[in-house]
Design a protein around this ligand. Structure first.
Ligand code: IMP
Ligand code: MG
Length: 179
């Protein structure tokens, strides 16, 4: 375990098993369609890469980057598009792939934007769901793990851009935040 972590919440094996389960469900539920999987950078990059390998469909991939103003560990609610999608979403079945739903503000904004552009449907897949953090009424259609109202890092999730490369997910030691 990384020396900055207090404890591990989900091991690499647990994450991979859950990602495989989500892949099987999406494969079943999107039969006959060719969905567009949209990765929300940067946090969802690991999840996206592992998930699409478990989805047996003629899917396409696109990427977008958002940012919310505010400190490193609290969402402010203002969502900026830093990198937009490369291709139109009109009449596409869009699957938004997110790392974690906390306040829900990012996903609410993205879902409305993609629907406004004429997508046939928008489905939200999040690896982690932090229901206690919710500020707006939005729920992922598929999620991997429920997590407590704590700040987690690893498997794409960062604190000040670090720890994204850990293959597992855990909670930082309190002293790491004040360094
Ligand atoms: P929102 O609050 O639901 O809009 O979440 C916005 C973004 O905040 C997520 O996509 C993550 O990138 C980030 N975030 C929320 N909770 C955590 C956490 O516990 N660790 C790391 N990033 C988080
Ligand atoms: Mg994110």
């Amino acid at each position: 375990m990384h020396e900055d972590l207090e404890r591990i919440l989900f091991t690499e094996e647990q994450i991979q098993a859950e990602v495989a389960r989500l892949g099987r469900e999406l494969t079943r539920d999107f039969q006959g369609r060719h969905p567009l999987f949209v990765c929300v950078l940067k946090g969802a990059v690991m999840f996206m890469a592992d998930l699409v390998k478990r989805v047996e469909l003629p899917l396409e991939m696109d990427f977008m980057a958002t940012s919310s103003y505010g400190s490193a560990s609290k969402s402010s609610g203002v969502v900026r598009i830093l990198k937009d999608l490369d291709r139109p979403v009109e009449s596409r079945h869009v699957v938004i792939v997110e790392d974690i739903v906390d306040t829900g503000l990012t996903l609410k904004h993205l879902r409305e934007m993609i629907l406004h552009r004429g997508a046939a449907s928008v489905t939200i897949v999040a690896l982690f769901d932090k229901p206690e953090g919710r500020a707006v009424a939005i729920e992922p259609d598929y999620y991997g793990f429920r997590v407590p109202n704590e700040f987690i890092v690893g498997y794409g999730l960062d604190y000040a851009e670090r720890y994204r490369n850990l293959p597992y997910v855990g909670v930082l030691k309190p002293e790491v935040y004040v360094k």
